[in-house]
Design a protein around this ligand. Structure first.
Ligand SMILES: NC(=O)c1ccc[n+]([C@@H]2O[C@H](COP(=O)([O-])OP(=O)(O)OC[C@H]3O[C@@H](n4cnc5c(N)ncnc54)[C@H](OP(=O)(O)O)[C@@H]3O)[C@@H](O)[C@H]2O)c1
Length: 253
């Protein structure tokens, strides 16, 4: 099937979901700029599939992100779809709270998206075209154990996407919010707890592409886990706390 996007930019493309998404989009004819810190992994990926263009960066470095945006648009043309996916998972426990670790998660998971949005929105509003996809997590729906560093950063991305969607539609820009449940990637490989309804990166990327093509705002999967967590989101605090403890036994997703 032909996709509408000629040029795509994916951050966090060296491993996991971003890597698989880059491969699937390039196989379907898109020119895909792939960004992450690890140049070696990006080079290895680009060697596997034509249509992938390596653009290493650290998303917390605003100047580097702006330079990457300029380089991609001059080499590949205007960015039709940006998937802002770079992220880190730090299972910090509240009893061992460290401000620096919480700030580091926020800097990558939220700040990295903010840094990319500035040049992207400037360019997309001028062209009155483009699609922004922000990767958050079902962990941003409500506070859950071990999420003291991760969950606030993802809740911030969910709120950011909601605002962007309201304001950017009038400028011709489409906004999507991607909230995955558990996906089998290096990020979740460190977890010792059970991860119900976990999907492969290929399944996750397939669902993301299908949702983005349909222009969906929220793209979330798998439905079994999402339904349970969406229910938690609307329950009153005492009920949510009791259920959250039973459902998670002290773990995060
Ligand atoms: N896996 C899950 O179950 C799950 C569930 C919900 C949401 N998510 C979200 O999905 C996204 C992708 O996660 P994943 O599971 O695919 O994890 P992953 O395999 O660990 O991939 C994370 C990617 O982000 C990049 N990255 C990390 N810090 C960066 C930085 N400072 N600058 C640039 N790139 C950086 C990593 O590359 P380098 O280390 O080379 O920089 C890597 O490419 C994340 O936002 C994550 O929070 C994942």
């Amino acid at each position: 099937m032909a996709l509408n996007w000629k040029t795509v930019w994916i951050t966090g493309a060296s491993t996991g979901i971003g890597r698989e998404l880059a491969l699937q989009l390039a196989r379907r004819g898109c020119k895909v700029a792939i960004s992450a810190r690890s140049q070696a992994k990006l080079d290895e990926l680009a060697g596997q599939q034509p249509g992938l263009f390596v653009c290493p960066l650290d998303v917390t470095d605003a100047a580097a992100v702006a330079r990457a945006h300029a380089e991609i648009t001059s080499r590949l043309g205007p960015i039709d779809l940006a998937v802002l996916n770079a992220g880190v998972w730090d299972p910090l426990d509240s009893s061992k709270y460290e401000a620096a670790r919480a700030a580091a998660s926020m800097a990558v998971n939220y700040g990295g998206i903010a840094n990319a949005l500035e040049p992207l929105i400037r360019d997309m509003t001028a062209r009155r075209a483009g699609h922004l996809a922000l990767v958050a997590s079902v962990a941003g729906y409500r506070g859950l154990p071990k999420g003291v560093a991760y969950a606030p950063s993802k809740a911030a991305v969910i709120s950011l996407a909601e605002v962007l969607r309201l304001e950017l539609e009038a400028h011709g820009i489409r906004v999507s919010l991607i909230n995955p449940g558990f996906v089998d990637t290096p990020m979740t490989a460190v977890n010792k707890f059970p991860m119900p309804f976990m999907v492969t990166p290929a399944e996750a990327a397939g669902k993301m592409i299908a949702g983005l093509e349909r222009g969906r705002f929220e793209i979330t999967f798998p439905w079994q886990l999402v339904s349970a967590l969406k229910l938690l989101r609307v329950l009153p605090y005492p009920v949510y706390r009791a259920l959250a403890r039973r459902m998670t036994g002290g773990r995060q997703m």
